[in-house]
Design a protein around this ligand. Structure first.
Ligand code: GDP
Length: 197
């Protein structure tokens, strides 16, 4: 898939106000600073579509973008950043869960994790919740350029090992780098393949 048009539609803090679920939708989620905005900008060939920020917890809204006039890309709030006040954090979670539960057109949720880090319970528990609730998801391991090939392979193995304690098999996963474009084609191909079914 080649992205030729990417336009911002709207930002919402109330999921009821999101666009009508009449187009296939792909959402991106992850801990603050995982590289979500950079990845969205990379795959859409747009430097500024999603707002990158060194200020964690900035994106507190559900952001809809219309891609190729055909499907929605959704930038979800980052979760789990310690500097965000606890009640604000709870509000984020409620918004995220409400969003996920209320979108019948959600084809796939991309859960971003930093390829440099060991599995974090915040992420693995979230994925378990997705599994229990039948939400299709895949994992994107971000910032792969920051690791040697060998270290990346080691980290992936460690991640798989932890995942396979709760899952029969690994969910689909991708390795990405917004610095060198790694993973872009694979993610877009995956969207192209799943959008038809
Ligand atoms: P978000 O909070 O998840 O949206 O994360 P951002 O996209 O704003 O990225 C957070 C920081 O990580 C920024 O300083 C980015 O420049 C950096 N970053 C994001 N993706 C990559 C990547 O693939 N490689 C490297 N080296 N840095 C990245």
């Amino acid at each position: 898939m080649n992205i030729t048009a990417a336009e911002f539609v709207m930002s919402n803090s109330d999921v009821k106000k999101c666009p009508k679920p009449d187009k296939p939708e792909y959402a991106f989620i992850g801990r603050s600073n995982v590289g979500k905005s950079s990845l969205i900008n990379m795959i859409t060939n747009n430097k500024n579509l999603a707002k990158t920020s060194s200020k964690p917890g900035k994106t507190q809204l559900v952001n809809h973008f219309l891609i190729n006039k055909e499907w929605y890309l959704v930038d979800l709030p980052g979760y789990g950043f310690a500097k965000v006040a606890k009640n604000t954090k709870q509000r984020f979670s409620r918004l995220i869960f409400k969003y996920i539960e209320s979108r019948p057109n959600l084809v796939n949720l991309f859960v971003l994790v930093d390829s440099r880090h060991e599995p974090q319970s915040k992420d693995t528990e979230f994925m378990e919740w997705l599994g229990i609730n039948g939400i299709p998801f895949s994992i994107i391991f971000t910032k792969a350029d920051k690791l040697t090939k060998r270290k990346l392979a080691e980290n992936l193995e460690a991640y798989k090992k932890v995942m396979l304690e709760s899952w029969e098999e690994m969910p689909p996963y991708f390795i990405s780098s917004s610095s060198n474009g790694l993973g872009k084609d694979e993610i877009l191909n995956y969207i192209e393949e799943t959008i038809k079914t």
